[in-house]
Design a binder for this molecule. Sequence first.
Ligand code: ZN
Length: 333
Amino acid sequence: MALFGVGGLRILKKFILVGAVGFLLTAWGGCQVPGFFPIEPSPEVAPTTHIFVISIDGLRPDALKVANTPHIDKLREQGAFTPRAQTVLPSRTLPAHTSMLSGLKVEKHQVETNTYHDEMGYFSFPTIFTKAKEQGLSTAFFANLHFFRFLANPRDVDKMEFPESERRAYKYIFRPLGERATHHIRSSKPALLFLHLAQVDGAGHAYGWMSKEQIDMVEVVDRQVGQVLEAVKAGGIWQNSYFIITADHGGHEKGHGTSLPEDMTIPWLICGPNIKKGYEIEGQVHVYDTAATVLYILGIPIPEDWDGRPVIEAFEMPLSSEVGLLQKRCIEV
Ligand SMILES: [Zn+2]
């Protein structure tokens, strides 16, 4: 005890723990963790984990009960889902997506409106793209609204597509952004891809939340989700792919932004290797947990100041941080 001191002993214990985990994993077979990328010491042949985060702007969970959404239903059958996730206040697009992609509450990131102009530059805190890029992973960002540029620093994002301005956004919404994203999936197989689809929100503002027109648009978006799934299969990366499908906010009447449950409650779905199947998540999920869950899957340490936490409950086999770090080290060898 005196040889190491209390701090030294703690480090020694951690060293022994990590070593033991490494030995067990190696003995188990090829240093492989089910559901995560194999950690063979050869980066050229190690398959990459792929994560596709799809945000369906303005999607209320109860809209999924009414609309015919075979592709999202399939992911629910094969994954873990909660219809009770919560977004942030104000329940608006840019504040909520900033939380979704940065792991921070509004109090920390202080993005409280959708106001954006190009001179504002880029969001100053790290996002999931920053952290993925630090690890040398390929990233892509497709969004139906111009102001998403704020969250897509070219330093962190390899491929991005937005409308040129908000005035052009309406036309752009009805261009097949899903098809463009799927082309990129097939050709480049990015490790992390974010896809924002605005049609459901647009129909809500025009015709009302839960109107027939909006429900029709939920079905259009579901077909775009289906295109993404097909592209992932066609790209030969299905076995290593995770999907997170969620929303930035709900809505009521022809708007959103308030603390009403209709505005605040969002669906949150995850599907992929090592994810429970047909499982309803009981714990409270927040929109900012999306970012932390992405890093958790990629084995990237979650910054201490993030408010978001990985949705561990959705995983068949939770991974300790030691295992996550061990994976990362093996990849780097
Ligand atoms: Zn929105």
